[in-house]
Design a protein around this ligand. Structure first.
Ligand code: HEC
Ligand code: HEC
Length: 235
């Protein structure tokens, strides 16, 4: 008789524990923005409805077409890789990238909003801005780019998501030159260590030449730009 009572008690305790455990798990999964996941860009199932609406609040500085400013103060984000954009926003949100002007806007976004606006910007065309189309694909790759940069940023600056190396082709040359100087000095505190040491061997003239070539090479969003290179400049 005593044993039956004990067994019953144990069973009741187990049921109660299991109930709270399962309930507790459900609450944790449903928790919103406060805790940041390890891989922020792997947020599947996000309904991409409000990316355009969210971007409206960015357009005053980033321009409605995401083209930025040719003076290099604001980068072209149109056509940048979605994963890179999410990564950049994430670093601004958690403070690991020091860029005070952007922090309030990045922090105003929810995690889902961050993904939506990144997807929207990635989908904007990065074609048709400052440079004559004639250069596209017919411009020789600067040897310094080939030697020092292509390994991480791709043969024509198309970027590499796995290395978190941004797409550079089509970017304003003024911005590229400024960022190279800033990265060399690690001004934002998040610069790639290997890139810093590479920059020490690249002269100011070479950086200028690379930047002008990258700007002129307008790779399209989502297009494999190495194809452009092969069909265009193999002569
Ligand atoms: C008040 C002007 C302003 C607004 C509004 C603004 N930005 Fe920016 N943003 C900037 C400037 C300026 C830079 C570049 C600063 C620099 O390179 O020194 C920048 C840079 C960025 C970058 C690149 C950061 C990096 O690490 O390279 C991203 C991504 C970005 N903004 C996204 C957004 C989004 C998304 C919004 C809207 C939710 C937004 N910005 C609103 C001014 C603004
Ligand atoms: C070892 C890999 C590596 C090499 C080599 C490298 N980079 Fe980078 N680069 C990165 C990574 C990663 C980032 C993003 C983190 C950062 O901003 O430092 C980056 C960022 C940049 C940015 C800022 C772009 C943006 O949108 O924020 C520019 C410009 C750039 N690289 C140009 C170059 C050039 C030009 C070379 C060759 C002289 C070069 N990089 C060599 C990895 C590399």
């Amino acid at each position: 008789m005593k044993t039956t009572v004990y067994v019953l008690l144990v069973l009741i305790c187990l049921t109660i524990t299991a109930f709270y455990f399962l309930n507790g798990t459900a609450v944790i999964t449903a928790e919103p923005v406060a805790s940041l996941p390890e891989s922020p860009w792997v947020l599947s199932g996000v309904e991409d409805t409000s990316g355009a609406e969210l971007f409206a609040s960015c357009a005053s500085c980033h321009m409605a077409d995401g083209s930025g400013r040719s003076d290099g103060e604001v980068p072209r984000l149109a056509g940048q890789s979605e994963k890179i954009l999410v990564h950049k926003l994430q670093k601004l949100r958690d403070g690991s990238s020091y860029l005070p002007v952007m922090v309030p806007f990045a922090r105003a976004l929810t995690l889902a909003g961050q993904n939506q606006v990144a997807r929207y910007m990635a989908g904007l065309s990065n074609i048709g801005l400052t440079v004559e189309a004639g250069l596209n694909g017919h411009h020789e790759v600067p040897s310094a780019y080939q030697e020092y940069c292509a390994g991480c940023h791709g043969s024509v600056g198309e970027g590499n998501d796995a290395l978190l190396a941004p797409k550079l082709c089509g970017q304003h040359s003024t911005y590229l030159v400024r960022r190279m100087t800033e990265i060399k000095q690690n001004i934002r505190g998040d610069a790639d260590a290997a890139m810093i040491s590479v920059l020490k061997t690249v002269s100011q003239n070479e950086r200028q030449e690379i930047a002008q070539w990258l700007e002129a090479f307008q790779c399209t969003a989502g297009q494999d730009s190495s194809e452009q290179l092969h069909s265009g400049s193999k002569s």
